[in-house]
Write a protein that binds this ligand. Structure first.
Ligand code: UDP
Length: 318
C-alpha cells in the first residue's frame, strides 16, 4: 500500500514506519520536526518536512491507500498549562487531515489514540467500553479526535482504527525514544543509569497498590508496530474500530526501577516525591479485543526485555 505516516520522525512513528518499509509498503513520512528527528525517518521512506495541517491536502492529492496518524503533542503536564497547543496542535491538525482524506477519497486511517482517553478507571483491566473521562487536556484532545473519526467513518465511509496505547517503551534497533523534554519513567530511569541524571524521584508512595506506587502496563514498541500493520489489514469501510493496546499486566514504579537496576547493573538511586497531578493509581489494558479482532498478541511482554531494548538504544546514542 502507499501510506502517509504523519509523525514518522518521532518515537512510535519511526518504529512503525520502519516496519511498514520492511513489510514492503511504499511509505511517505510527513513531520515538522518540532519533536521528531530527521535521522529517525527509516531508509526507504520518502521524507517531507512540513506542517501536517498545511501539507495533508497537497500530499494526499497524489493518491494514497491510507494514513497512519502519529503526529501529536503528547506531554500531559504541558497540556494542562498550555491547552491551546493541544486543541489546535492535535485536534485542528487532525480535522484538517480528515478533511483532506475525505476530499481525496483516501480510504484508510490508523490513529494513535491513548489510554489517557479513559482517565481514572473504575475497573481494571480497562476495556474499550469503559467510560471515557480524561483527566488531562492531552487525553481530552485525543478523545475529541476519536469522536471526529467516528463521524467521518459514518458519514464518508472512512475505514478507521484507533489504537489506544498504554505505556509504550523499548526500542526497535536504531529507532527509540529520544524526547528533548523527557517525562516518561523508563527513559528517565535509564538516564540515571547512564549518569546524565543523579537519581529518579518516584511520584507517590501512598497509592492503593501492593507497594504504594503507581502501576502501569508497559508495551514494547515493536509489538505496538505489529498492531498497526494488523489494523491496516482489518480496517473496514464505514467502521471506526477502537482497540486498547497493552499486555494486560501491570508493573509498579518500584518494580520498573528494580528491573532497570537488574538490566543495567547500576544502583540507580531513587527517592520519593509527592504524587504527580492527574496520575491514576493503576492503568492496565484489557487487550482481548485486539487479540480477538486483529489477531494481535504482544510477544515482548517481559519487563526486562523491554528495559533491555531501551537500554541498548540509550547506550548506543550516548
Ligand atoms: N514517574 C515517576 N517519576 C518520573 C516519571 C514518571 O515516578 O520521573 C511515574 C509516573 O508518576 C507514573 C509512572 O511513572 O506513575 C509512569 O509515568 P509515565 O510518565 O512514564 O507514563 P504515563 O503513565 O503518565 O503515561
Amino acid at each position: 500500500m502507499k501510506l502517509l505516516v504523519t509523525g514518522g520522525a518521532g518515537y512510535v512513528g519511526s518504529v512503525c514506519a520502519a516496519r511498514l518499509v520492511e513489510t514492503g509498503h511504499d511509505v511517505v513520512v510527513v513531520d515538522d520536526l518540532t519533536t521528531g528527528h530527521a535521522d529517525a525517518v527509516p531508509e526507504g521512506a520518502r521524507f517531507v518536512e512540513a506542517d501536517i495541517a498545511e501539507a495533508a491536502a497537497p500530499l494526499l492529492a497524489e493518491g494514497f491507500d491510507g494514513v497512519l496518524h502519529f503526529a501529536a503533542k503528547s506531554l500531559v503536564g504541558e497540556s494542562m498549562v498550555d491547552p491551546s497547543k493541544y486543541w489546535s496542535g492535535n485536534v485542528l491538525t487532525s480535522l484538517r487531515l480528515l478533511d483532506a482524506m475525505r476530499d481525496t477519497g483516501t480510504p484508510r486511517l490508523v490513529f494513535s489514540s491513548t489510554a489517557a482517553t479513559y482517565g481514572e478507571p473504575e475497573v481494571v483491566p480497562i476495556v474499550e467500553t469503559a467510560p471515557t473521562r480524561p483527566t488531562n487536556t492531552y487525553g481530552a484532545s485525543k478523545l475529541a479526535i476519536d469522536h471526529a473519526i467516528t463521524s467521518y467513518a459514518k458519514a464518508h465511509g472512512l475505514a478507521a482504527v484507533s489504537l489506544r496505547y498504554f505505556n509504550v517503551a523499548g526500542a526497535y534497533g536504531r529507532f527509540g525514544e529520544r524526547h528533548t523534554t523527557e517525562t516518561h519513567l523508563i527513559p528517565i530511569v535509564l538516564q540515571v543509569a547512564l549518569g546524565t541524571r543523579d537519581k529518579i524521584s518516584i511520584y507517590g508512595e501512598d497509592y492503593p497498590t501492593a507497594d504504594g506506587t503507581c502501576v502501569r502496563d508497559y508495551i514494547h514498541v515493536a509489538d505496538l508496530a505489529e498492531a498497526h500493520l494488523l489494523a491496516l489489514e482489518h480496517a473496514a469501510k464505514g467502521e471506526h474500530q477502537i482497540y486498547n493496546l497493552g499486555t494486560g499486566t501491570g508493573f509498579s514504579n518500584r518494580e520498573v526501577v528494580q528491573a532497570c537496576r537488574e538490566v543495567t547493573g547500576h544502583e540507580i538511586p531513587a527517592d520519593f516525591a509527592p504524587r504527580r497531578a492527574g496520575d491514576p493509581a493503576v492503568l492496565v489494558a484489557s487487550a482481548e479485543a485486539a487479540t480477538e479482532h486483529l489477531g494481535w498478541t504482544p510477544e515482548r511482554t517481559d519487563l526486562r526485555t523491554i528495559v533491555a531494548d531501551a537500554w541498548e538504544f540509550t547506550r548506543s546514542r550516548a
